[in-house]
Design a protein around this ligand. Structure first.
Ligand code: PEP
Length: 255
């Protein structure tokens, strides 16, 4: 894969009132210049409350929108939840499933995340499925084993490059300013790539692997140039259009 197939994805988490739509519009407006000649895909996963208006605000731009979670059912008696077809209807084309904050805050298991990814696919959404180890697990030397198990249990059969993106996000790097070494990222991405290849054959080679965890304009080029890294999932730095566009520009200048 080349830089042309990179995906730079923002995750606004539980941030953003109506006023933040101006920031979203600034991202959309800045994309052509930030991408230069590169065909980089850009995505912002919004709070569900902003999706419809966000879709209106960035209509006719190349910025894609996503949700941050979906229920495994397509509709029904699940108060407070949101279904994948609702996200699609509101303007999303992607949805994050299995983010570590949902695993921690809502006790989400790999089996549940598996069902959510299938729900995303039924609705015609691309699932951005997150995996990653805690600091304790890394210090115990169990990072590969943990992520391997997450991949096996959470990724459904039928995975394909046009409907699945995997985001490797070490839990200890999210929102902390700490980042793994390039070697650690390379080792993990190579490991996930081998796993995907073994399970899905040639298609497994084409599924995008994102790195996520404290990606900022000043470390983006170093992280994005690691082999088998095809983009980034970005929390904090996606809330500010200048930082997010600077990360996209860094991706666009990679050889
Ligand atoms: C995230 O929310 O997935 C994330 C990686 O956050 P941050 O970039 O703030 O570490």
């Amino acid at each position: 894969m080349t830089k042309d197939s990179m995906l730079i994805a923002g995750n606004w988490k539980m941030n953003g009132l109506s006023a933040a739509l101006a920031e979203l519009q600034a991202i959309a407006a800045g994309l052509p210049a930030a991408c230069a000649q590169a065909d980089i895909a850009a995505l912002v996963c919004l709070p569900a409350s902003l999706l419809s208006r966000g879709a209106e605000a960035v209509r006719n731009s190349r910025l894609a929108l996503g949700g941050q979670d979906c229920h495994f059912a397509d509709s029904g008696a699940h108060t407070g939840d949101i279904a994948a077809p609702m996200l699609k209807d509101a303007g999303a084309s992607y949805v994050i499933v299995g983010h570590s904050e949902r695993r921690a805050d809502h006790c989400e298991t790999d089996e549940l995340i598996h069902r959510k990814a299938e729900a995303a696919w039924r609705a015609g959404l691309v699932a951005v499925l997150c995996v990653g180890e805690t600091l304790e697990q890394r210090e115990q030397g169990a990072a590969l084993e943990i992520v391997g198990r997450q991949c096996e249990a959470a990724i459904p059969a039928g995975a394909a490059a046009d409907r699945l993106v995997i985001a490797y996000e070490p839990v200890w790097a999210i929102g902390t300013g700490k980042v793994p070494t390039r070697d650690n990222v390379a080792e993990m991405h190579n490991f996930i790539r081998q796993k995907l290849h073994r399970r899905f054959g040639e298609m497994g080679e084409k599924i995008r692997l994102l790195y996520g965890g404290s990606v900022k304009p000043d470390n983006a080029a170093a992280l994005l140039s690691v082999p088998h890294v095809h983009g980034a999932l970005i929390g904090g730095a996606s809330l500010n259009h200048k930082d997010f566009l600077a990360i996209i520009a860094a991706a666009a200048t990679l050889p």
